[in-house]
Design a protein around this ligand. Sequence first.
Ligand SMILES: [Fe+2]
Length: 300
Amino acid sequence: MTTMQDRYDLGAINGAVMVFGGPYGNLQATQALRKRAEELGVPPERIICTGDVAAYCAEPQAVVDTLREWGVHVLMGNCEESLADDADDCGCGFAVGSQCAILSEDWYGYCRKALSTEARAWMGVLPRRIHLQLGPWRAAVIHGGAEILNRFIFASTPIETKREEVAHCDADLVIAGHCGIPFTQFVDGAVWHNPGVIGMPANDGSSEVWWGLLQVDSEGRLRIEHQRLRYDHLAAQESMRRNGLHNGYARALSCGLWPSMDVLPPTERAQQGAPLSFPAEWVFQARDACDSADCTSQIV
Ligand SMILES: [Fe+2]
């Protein structure tokens, strides 16, 4: 077994925070996001990746090297856990015999061979949870669930599940990854934010990918933006094909549609190909400053 830190505390952070999930071995998307961060002036100490650094795409080692050189905070995803342990499968939680499980044999086997021993050792000591304070907001960053790394939590997942996770994290803001589709929701005075992933489109029919920008204003309100990222997806696709990854995920980089929807609940399945849209900005009042049961009225 590898040694893993359960929790890593960043303390209080002032200024805008960039959050993103699933680089998935997509070097071109990772480089494009780094460029965007530099344009926005967000330094690496205010940037957090929710895990799954290595997965579907062709350049997992280069992505590991880029993230480490960049110096951003990286959470352990189930892919890192499995690769660090040299497990037989990706640990994504795909049902045996499902299309996702069959496809994962291809990319997971590729990642096992492509990563150095040193990169896997780095993966094995990544934190499973990151805590930080954003003004009055106590934030926790998790991969899937707080305890179950590969728990799928989508927008349509019942609020009871999110309520449990929020309580477990003891946080006012939970930032999560793993599911691959961005969303933001209000959960009984707390906020759930999934910024989406940069390594694969969001099954929305677009080649663009998603990340999140969070900041707290002078009134202590949390402001969240879902941001799109356009990058050289054709180069990422070409790299997959050049490396023998001729599969549905290579096609997905350009058509924006996942090759399998086994993991999706009916609501997200029905939304395949539908463009995602979010408010220009979500604004949430801090829990102790909100005198209404529905602080979502704070959206502007
Ligand atoms: Fe994951």
